[in-house]
Design a protein. Structure first.
Length: 140
């Protein structure tokens, strides 16, 4: 009987210690990309093109929530397509949406990087998913 009680005490003690070490997956609403990162700046990268080697992208995000985005198709001449406007943050403060008409408009804001999202604001998946990242090249 004492052996059973001793085993139960040890088991409950181990369970209690395990609970103390657990971590929470809760999102800290007070800290997000919008209010915790130095996000204003110039971001650049090369994203995949449907029928070519890629598209050079440069996106400038200003602290007054305006932007300038430029696209240049690689190996298709020197034409640069540019659009300016304003952007809005999502309620969680992690994504922005450009008011762009001709260009992709959703981006996840991370530490010194932007990840282009699909047309519905979701992460792009598949083999080329990692190629939709713009890196910060300068602060403003």
């Amino acid at each position: 009987m004492n052996r059973i009680i001793s085993t139960m005490i040890i088991a409950f003690s181990l369970l209690g210690l395990g609970a103390c070490g657990s971590t929470s997956n809760a999102i800290d609403a007070a800290h997000n990309s919008r209010n915790s990162l130095n996000w204003p700046g110039v971001y650049a990268g090369t994203i995949p093109a449907a029928d070519g080697p890629g598209i050079n992208v440069e996106l400038t995000l200003n602290s007054n929530e305006t932007y300038k985005i430029s696209y240049q198709y690689i190996d298709r001449g020197n034409d640069v397509f540019t659009e300016t406007g304003s952007f809005k943050w999502d309620n969680a403060g992690g994504k922005i949406m450009l008011d762009a008409r001709e260009m992709p408009s959703y981006y996840q804001v991370g530490e010194n990087r932007l990840i282009q999202l699909d047309m519905n604001g979701n992460k792009i998946t598949g083999v080329l998913a990692a190629n939709y990242e713009l890196k910060k090249v300068s602060d403003l």
